[in-house]
Design a protein around this ligand. Structure first.
Ligand code: ADP
Length: 234
């Protein structure tokens, strides 16, 4: 059974249709990149996967044991988040809250998981630093650590490299690839088609309707894929 199965789904804001005839599946261990021009509905799909915008029609089915709590979300950064007044350790630990049934204090296991993730992402030395004083790239590393510390089955990433320079961008994509290689399922929304076809196992290309859904290999040899790749990123 697929982890996520999206069957003939339509999404809209009130009377404004955004996406229709949306069908795709995500299997355990897949790395799905969602691409498409601005306004094609990528962020709207993210909202629906997170349960914030129910489909107008169609069905989304989750695999056995998978719930919306199984999704760790790395959102697009906005100015308010960049200025968050907490230490790096506190930010990473806050990722543990999603795994708790009741609001409670962090326990020794939470701290152990958070520390392990920080070591894995090479930010352990930043633990007591103030999040707001870090560079954009360091902040994204910390937010990735926060998402991973939830130990959720699926990592959902929305435009992770906006505002980052090319070196830091490559670094972040490398980290997400490592997460994928470790067996976690990844869905990434991106306008960066070159990185999408470099890292993804599957591509979903949106434009009011899905223009393509399938493996990366099939996408790069498809007419839609070739046309989009030739035009570069959006
Ligand atoms: P993308 O992420 O691909 O740039 P979005 O999902 O943000 O696209 O937007 C898809 C369409 O939905 C756009 O036409 C956008 O103007 C519209 N839209 C996005 N958010 C809202 C909203 N909260 N209310 C009404 N329309 C919206």
């Amino acid at each position: 059974m697929s982890l996520i199965s999206c069957d003939n789904v339509s999404l809209a804001y009130g009377k404004q249709a955004v996406l229709s005839e949306l069908s795709f599946t995500v299997e355990r261990g897949d790395y799905l990149c969602v691409v498409g021009e601005n306004g094609s509905g990528k962020s709207t799909l993210v909202k629906t996967l997170l349960g914030l915008l129910p489909p107008v029609s169609g069905t989304i089915t989750f695999g056995k044991g998978f719930t919306r709590k199984s999704i760790a979300y790395l959102p697009q950064q906005n100015a308010a988040q960049k200025d968050f007044p907490a230490s790096v350790m506190e930010v990473v630990l806050s990722g543990r809250l999603s795994s708790k049934k009741f609001i409670s204090f962090y326990n020794a296991h939470d701290r152990e998981v958070a520390k392990g993730v920080m070591e894995r992402l090479a930010i352990a030395d930043l633990a007591s630093r103030s999040f707001r004083e870090l560079s954009g790239g360091q902040q994204q590393r910390v937010l990735l650590a926060r998402a991973l510390s939830s130990e959720s089955e699926l990592l959902l990433v929305d435009e992770p490299t906006t505002g980052l320079d090319p070196l830091v961008t490559a670094d972040l994509y490398g980290l997400i690839e490592e997460v994928s290689a470790s067996g976690k399922t990844v869905i990434m929304v991106t306008h960066d088609i070159a990185s999408a076809v470099k890292y993804a196992s599957h591509i979903l290309h949106l434009h009011q309707k899905p223009l393509f859904f399938g493996t990366k290999e099939d996408y790069v040899s498809s007419e839609v894929g070739r046309g989009y790749i030739d035009r570069g990123s959006y």
